[in-house]
Write a protein that binds this ligand. Sequence first.
Ligand SMILES: Cc1ncc(COP(=O)(O)O)c(C=O)c1O
Length: 379
Amino acid sequence: MATTKKRIYLSPPDVGQRERAYLLAALDSGWIAPVGPDLNAFEADIVKRTKTRHAVALSTGTAAIHLALRACGIQPGDRVYCSTFTFAGSVNPVIYEKGIPVLIDCDRHSWNLDPTLLAEALANDARNGTLPKAVVLTHLYGQSADLTPIVSACTQYAIPLIEDSAEALGATYHSQSVGTFGLCGIFSFNGNKIITTSSGGMLVCNDSVIAERIRKWSTQSRENCIHYEHTELGFNYRLSNLLAAIGRAQLESLDEKIAICKAHYQAYAEAFKDIPSITMMPICKYGEPNYWLSCITLAPTSGNNPTSIVKTLESENIESRPLWKPMHLQPFYRNAPTVGGDVSADLFNRGLCLPSGTNMTHDERDRVIEIVRKCLLPK
Ligand SMILES: Cc1ncc(COP(=O)(O)O)c(C=O)c1O
């Protein structure tokens, strides 16, 4: 019999009176196009929050990665190193520019790009004269990658680093915001992210020339003329002023939302600590994550796999998901060169994301815990 219990979503948007007030004020102001005071203020708020110099509000995180790659001057046939354990939006922009993504595995203790594999691959390239044009690094599930050795390897070979921080707004590495260590960083405000503008993105960087070029490209590269004049290719990638107003309201509650996500993670960890076949996603000491999604892995001996748990939860009207399927296992990327790949493949086979919404109640979380425990308690 189908359950009548209220649906629990994985990570739904959490908006309230503040978003309503900011959005209606923006609407009433008449600034409803992708230009206006909320757009400027949202960029300034992100600059302040991440302690970077410049921010450009864009229509999606994917668009932000695309323009960051163009800022690196990617040409057809250029190789770009990418995290394989990520979402497709991180790697697809390399294909938009006809580049060749080279997919690099993660390590087990951070689930993020393995710095040793990166350093070895770059050293090898330097010997063979095949260095990549850029590195796109994902900070997965709200936790920073181990940036010191990654930045140092990129610096050694003068390779620009783009930090895909789509999932990680608010996360830090040694107290510094993710997204601010490389040439450019990007954030996503898609509906499932820790803060949302329904759809939206932001590019941050410390270089004013790059920031201005990207801002111009995002508005169809329109020149500063009375008529429409274009001297280079442009894109329609600017964020709407209305969505920026929602973003400003959301950003005001970012710390509150991080605290709630952290409490979810800790409650799951406490509830599963007597079940040896469940391991929580590791938390690295070098930084503070935003705990966007609480993820677990299952011991191979548990007799369960992520799909069976996802289906059991679904039968109780609860949404969960296997971990990201690595890009090197995606049919579309089957021919992409790959460095390593076994670690992310293993995590994908054994891992899942549990409901982590900032509006999930304690009772709802207890429903999730009860079902997962029932599936995995030793029989
Ligand atoms: C790691 C990662 N990169 C890129 C993106 C793309 O962001 P957007 O959906 O805003 O284009 C997302 C999320 O959707 C993501 O999770």
